[in-house]
Design a protein around this ligand. Structure first.
Ligand code: ADP
Ligand code: MG
Length: 238
C-alpha cells in the first residue's frame, strides 16, 4: 500500500504548459521530497496526486490502479497544507473528527483514533481549544493529526513548515521524521528548502520549470549532481 506511479504526466493551464512530462515511481513507505524553485510545479504535481487537479494527459496510479478519475476523497491519501486549513469555529477535537464523521465510522473508533493521534503529536492538552487559541506550531500539529486519523496510505505535505519560525521548523522537522518511521506510510513532501530536503528524504526529486532534473538519494545528489542546476540547488561543491 502507498505505491504511487506517474506515467507521462502533463499539466497545462490554458496555453501554458506547467508540468511537461513527468515519470516517477514512489515506493511504499518511501519519504520522497519534491524540491525546486518557486513556480517550478511542485504544488501542481502534488495536487494532481491528491486528486485536487487533473492531469491534462498521462496516468496516475496508486497501488497499481489508475486513479485519474477517482475523486480525492476516495484515493486513500491525506494532504497537509502550509496554511493549516483548520476550521476556526471548531475545537481541535472536532477538527480531527471532521473527515471521519462523514464515513459512518463508529463513534468509539473515531475517539480512539483522535486519542492516538493526539498522543503521538502531544496535543492532548489542547483538544478542547479552538485553533485561534493555539500557536503556529500547535496548529500545524493539529493539521498533521487530521491527516493521521484517516490512516492514509500516503501523506502529501505541501511546505508544511514554512509558516513556522526557524527553531520550531527544526524541531517539527525532527518530529516528522520520527512520525514517518513510526507510521511506515509513504510521504511526499514539497519544499523549496534544501536543508529540509537533505535531512528528511529517502529520495529527492529536483524539479525545474515543470521537468524532473534528477531523482536520487540526498547523498547521490550531493556526490553526483546531474548538472549545475542540481549542484547549485543542493549546495553540492561538485
Ligand atoms: P510551486 O509549488 O513549485 O511554487 P506551482 O505548482 O504552484 O509551483 O505552480 C507552477 C506554475 O503553474 C506557476 O507558473 C503557476 O503560476 C502556475 N499555476 C499554478 N496553478 C495555476 C492555476 N490554477 N491556473 C493557472 N496557472 C497556475
Ligand atoms: Mg507550491
Amino acid at each position: 500500500m502507498g505505491h504511487i506511479k506517474l506515467t507521462n504526466v502533463k499539466k497545462s493551464f490554458g496555453a501554458v504548459d506547467v508540468i511537461h512530462d513527468v515519470n516517477l515511481e514512489i515506493e511504499d513507505g518511501e519519504f520522497v521530497v519534491f524540491v525546486g524553485p518557486s513556480g517550478c510545479g511542485k504544488s501542481t504535481l502534488l495536487r494532481m496526486i491528491a486528486g485536487l487537479d487533473r492531469p491534462t494527459s498521462g496516468d496516475l496510479a496508486i497501488d497499481g490502479k489508475v486513479v485519474n478519475t477517482v475523486p480525492a476523497a476516495d484515493r486513500g491519501l491525506a494532504m497537509v497544507f502550509q496554511s493549516y486549513a483548520l476550521y476556526p469555529h471548531m475545537s481541535v477535537r472536532q477538527n480531527l473528527a471532521f473527515g471521519l464523521e462523514n464515513t459512518r465510522m463508529p463513534k468509539d473508533e473515531i475517539a480512539a483514533r483522535i486519542a492516538e493521534a493526539a498522543r503521538m503529536l502531544e496535543i492532548e492538552a489542547y483538544l478542547d481549544r479552538r485553533p485561534g487559541q493555539l500557536s503556529g506550531g500547535q496548529r500545524q500539529r493539529v493539521a498533521i493529526g487530521r491527516a493521521i486519523v484517516r490512516r492514509p496510505v500516503a501523506f502529501l505535505l505541501d511546505e508544511p513548515l514554512s509558516n513556522l519560525d526557524a527553531e520550531l521548523r527544526g524541531s517539527t522537522r525532527a518530529e516528522l521524521a520520527a512520525l514517518h518511521a513510526r507510521l511506515a506510510a509513504t510521504m511526499i513532501y514539497v519544499t523549496h528548502d534544501q536543508v529540509e530536503a537533505m535531512t528528511l528524504a529517502d529520495r529527492i526529486v529536483v524539479l525545474r520549470a515543470g521537468r524532473i532534473e534528477q531523482v536520487g538519494t540526498p547523498l547521490d545528489l550531493y556526490n553526483r549532481p546531474a548538472n549545475r542546476f542540481v549542484a547549485g540547488f543542493i549546495g553540492s561543491p561538485h
